[in-house]
Design a protein around this ligand. Structure first.
Ligand code: ZN
Length: 481
């Protein structure tokens, strides 16, 4: 089969598969058998490509990833089910159900008694080894599939992001080291109010902080309609937001976290969310619409691989760019009409979470890089992750990594948000310089962003200097430090 034919068959199957995946996440009826059938067919197309072509390189790497995904499918479903079952406790409940891996964060966010949170944390950590064999199996399948093409999942990740091993590792260490002291000082400042105790401890994880710290801001966002705001924002910026389909309905089985699916790029791009709490909803709606404009900006005449095969750090560039409006005092003042004191609270709390994110993701990112490079066992990975948490924030029992939602479930991934955040800082600086302080009101600035978005898989990952120092400087600027 000719390359174009393989690619268009790949796209056709992918569109059908994504539609089912979308329905699943959106809490709509979906066809599990059809998904299995489609996954098998996509694998066949990928194999055919790999047997006949080595170029385009992005399609080559994406084909390997597709096969690895298909081969892992059973194991990942087992992991999903067993994790819910084994990582659970009868002792506490939430909304009439026992607390388990799935509603753990909800429990942490609704529970003010920190001793209860500690008890559940310790219990789940003790139970974590019970799912370790499935995580081992999942990682081994990936390693095996990539190994057939003389690669590791890490090699592919680094190639997509355009970074060398040492380069990325050094960057993460710089960020983690640079964020640590400010994080610990700010954590001490917020602990009494947010955690109900003087000190932050190992069981006060990133998600617990995130689930509590924005609560005082909700009252200012109750009357602000995020959907309305993002549509006005995008219209001024020169985009047509009506091209992005939105599902904001509340459905029982709908995913609690917002998401965006480019089902048929650029013609069928959908944002899906349900209301959780006013302040974080605002951030997630802007974030997902950033993915949305990235999707609708693709050129329909471009190749399948250019439109669909996009490095994670590039995809997150556009979502983080839109979300960063929440860190922009002038936007908060002019568009949302918020008072100075409220704006300061928002900036302080968002920056604190940025610091928490940097320390946590540095430990996560380094561990996952070494995992592939050094071929860690599950126990070695836990030991190493514990060491890294001690170095970059607070020592956390190593088996926590088995309970994280990204680390055990993906080959790599963790550093992409960090890379994207730094790239966004550089892009925002350019927008400010070329289009002024209120660049988001200028459709020429929008055109500039659209041109970047249209690059999709050919986005130049080296074009923007990732400046750790100035990024850290901003993240460390909190009003009380
Ligand atoms: Zn995202």
């Amino acid at each position: 089969m000719a390359l174009e034919k393989i690619a268009s068959r790949f796209e056709k199957l992918l569109v059908q598969f994504s539609e089912q995946r979308y329905n699943q996440e959106a809490g709509l009826p979906y066809d599990r058998d059809l998904m299995k059938k489609l996954s098998k067919q996509i694998t066949e197309v990928s194999l055919e490509f790999l047997e006949n072509f080595v170029e385009p390189r992005s399609m080559y790497l994406a084909s390997i990833a597709t096969i690895a995904l298909a081969e892992r499918l059973e194991t990942e479903l087992d992991l999903y089910n067993q994790r819910m079952e084994k990582i659970s406790t009868e002792k506490y409940g939430i909304a009439g159900r026992k607390v388990n891996w799935g509603n753990w964060r909800q429990f942490n966010s609704k529970t003010d008694d920190y001793l209860k949170r500690k008890e559940v944390f310790d219990d789940f950590i003790a139970k974590a080894p019970g799912i370790a064999f499935l995580i081992r199996k999942r990682m081994d399948i990936s390693n095996d599939v990539y190994g057939r093409y003389d690669l590791t999942p890490l090699d592919s990740y680094l190639e997509f992001e355009g970074m060398g091993y040492d380069e990325l590792r050094d960057l993460l260490i710089r960020l983690g080291d640079g964020a640590k002291d400010a994080f610990l000082a700010a954590a001490e400042h917020f602990a009494t109010e947010v955690l109900g105790k003087k000190k932050t401890e190992y069981y006060d994880d990133y998600y617990t902080w995130r689930g509590h710290i924005y609560k005082p801001l909700n009252k200012y966002f109750e009357k602000i309609d995020a959907l309305n705001e993002v549509r006005m924002f995008l219209t001024d910026f020169g985009f047509n937001p009506s091209k992005i389909k939105v599902d904001a309905e509340d459905r029982e089985k709908k995913s609690p976290s917002a998401f965006c699916f480019g089902i048929h790029i650029p013609n069928d791009v959908r944002v899906c969310f349900r209301k959780v709490s006013p302040f974080s909803d605002f951030g997630s709606v802007f974030h997902e619409f950033g993915h949305g404009i990235h999707g609708i900006s693709a050129n329909p005449d471009d190749s399948v691989w250019k439109r669909y095969v996009v490095p994670m750090g590039v995809a997150e560039t556009f979502s983080i760019l839109l979300e960063s409006m929440l860190d922009t005092p002038l936007f908060l003042k002019q568009e949302l009409k918020l008072a100075e004191s409220v704006i300061n609270e928002i900036i302080d709390r968002r920056r604190f979470m940025e610091l928490a994110f940097l320390t946590f993701y540095t430990a996560n990112g380094i561990m996952k890089m070494e995992f592939w490079k050094k071929g860690y066992s599950i126990e070695e990975a836990a030991k190493r992750w514990q060491e890294l948490t001690k170095r970059f924030f607070i020592e956390v029992p190593g088996n926590y990594w088995l309970l994280h939602h990204v680390m055990p479930a993906y080959d790599m991934y963790s550093p992409s948000y960090v890379i994207a955040s730094m790239r966004v800082a550089a892009i925002r600086e350019r927008l400010r310089q070329d289009y002024g302080e209120v660049w988001w009101k200028d459709s020429d600035a929008g055109n500039f962003v659209r041109d970047l978005a249209e690059m999709r898989g050919e986005f130049d990952v080296k074009a923007w200097k990732l400046d750790a120092e100035s990024y850290l400087k901003e993240a460390r600027t909190l009003s009380f430090l």
